[in-house]
Design a protein around this ligand. Structure first.
Ligand SMILES: Cc1cc2nc3c(=O)[nH]c(=O)nc-3n(C[C@H](O)[C@H](O)[C@H](O)COP(=O)(O)O)c2cc1C
Ligand SMILES: CCCCC(=O)C(=O)O
Length: 388
């Protein structure tokens, strides 16, 4: 039987090999190492969060308030972490969150991430704000499973064009991010006057789009670059959207749709009422509302509200296998990792992302087995206690 945990023996026998710099197997240490390698601006952008970063800290602290209770003698020899979420088969309940502007982390950006994800059979969610065109990312992914994340622009025709392109490039599910129609107050970026988009990073999918080009009078060149940037700024997000607008989206995407950024059970119910297939419980890794509830603390009520009627995904703060166990116990069907793989990309490109995926999945499988669990479906509240 080949298991995700085989990676452990592989490391004991051979180490990590020459392909990788000495990357830590404790993924909570990646940030510190990536910080030493990246420019101050790139590091600030990725590691930073909104305001005083209270929400980012709360996201991590919430995991510590739950403890796993290991169970013994339950025959955990036969283990299978695979799940199916929104029609996509996955080797484990772990996906790669949409992270835009990945070329600030590594020159190959989303292309390297696509290759690593495809090699592991892990689903990559590709952002509208990717540094490479989604068609090129799809080509790098080959047969790899991929979902498309929409930043819903003001211009409806542009939104429709994005959806058509994603469908044509083989993205099987749509993730619509609701919590970032405008960037929050982000002091690390403000203090360095740094925003990747204003330096031409993360706009490739706009500048190459036929609808966008028509609006700025043709392909983006030196001549119309400023006009293109202004058009991007004016169009990136739409603060006027309401729940009624989802009908427009539902008509234009015939695959599964999940709404990302859900924190309240009423919003989750509205998502189901609007014909959505999933919700992603997320506070954007603490990058939007400073002082917001820890995403893990928002999860149980959302899961209670819609479990069985919609897929429940979770992100914000996942760094270890035990974090995944806790999120699944509190109601998630699967989780997304963001910064964890972003730092892997920064430190080792494609091999770095692969390393992060192998570590996290092995850690998850071992944690489950040692707790008496062989399948994600067996993980429920019985495995946790509140730490007092
Ligand atoms: C550098 C960076 C860029 C991001 N870009 C996007 C994006 O383009 N679209 C999106 O929906 N979320 C984006 N996110 C949020 C992630 O999808 C995810 O919600 C968050 O990273 C989860 O928290 P974690 O980093 O603690 O895992 C970004 C996060 C980071 C750190
Ligand atoms: C304009 C926002 C796109 C990237 C993003 O979502 C983030 O930095 O959190």
């Amino acid at each position: 039987m080949s298991s995700l945990a085989d990676f452990q023996n592989e490391i004991y026998l051979n180490g990590l090999g020459d392909a990788l710099p000495a990357l830590p197997t404790d993924l909570t240490r990646l940030e510190e190492l990536a910080g030493a390698k990246l420019s101050a601006q790139a590091h600030g952008y990725v590691a930073g969060s909104a305001g005083s970063e209270a929400t980012a800290r709360a996201n991590r602290a919430a995991f510590d308030r739950w403890r796993i209770v290991p169970r013994m003698l339950r025959d955990v020899a036969d283990r299978d972490l695979s799940v199916e979420v929104l029609g996509t088969a996955m080797p484990s309940p772990v996906l790669l969150a949409p992270v835009g502007v990945q070329s600030i982390l590594h020159p190959d950006g989303e292309l390297a991430t696509a290759r690593a994800a495809a090699a592991a059979g892990v689903t990559q969610i590709v952002s509208t704000a990717a540094s490479y065109e989604i068609e090129k990312v799809a080509e790098a992914a080959g047969d790899g499973p991929r979902w498309y994340q929409l930043y819903w622009p003001k211009d409806r025709e542009l939104a429709a064009s994005f959806l058509a392109r994603a469908k044509a490039a083989g993205y099987s599910a749509l993730v619509v991010t609701l919590d970032t129609f405008t960037l929050a107050w982000r002091p690390r970026d403000l203090d360095q006057a740094y925003l990747p988009f204003l330096r031409g990073i993360g706009v490739a999918n706009y500048y190459t789009d036929p609808v966008f080009q028509r609006a700025v009078g043709g392909p983006v060149t030196e001549e119309n670059r400023d006009a293109a940037l202004l058009h991007w700024v004016a169009n990136f997000g739409n603060p006027s959207l309401t729940w009624d607008d989802l009908a427009w989206l539902r008509e234009r995407w015939d695959g599964p749709i999940a709404l990302k950024g859900i924190q309240h059970p009423d919003d989750a119910r509205k998502a189901v009422d609007a014909g959505m297939d999933g919700v992603i419980v997320s506070n954007h890794g603490g990058r939007q509302v400073d002082g917001a509830i820890a995403s893990l603390d928002a999860l149980p009520a959302v899961a209670d509200a819609v479990k069985g009627r919609a897929a429940v995904l979770f992100d914000s703060g996942i760094r270890t296998g035990s974090d995944v166990v806790k999120a699944l116990a509190l109601g998630a069907d699967a989780v997304l990792i963001g910064r964890a793989y972003a730092y892997g990309l920064a430190l080792g490109g494609e091999a770095g992302v692969r390393h992060v995926l192998r570590c996290l999945q092995a850690d998850l499988e071992l944690n489950m087995a040692l707790s008496g669990l062989t399948r994600p479906s067996e993980i429920d509240l019985d495995v946790l206690v509140r730490d007092r």
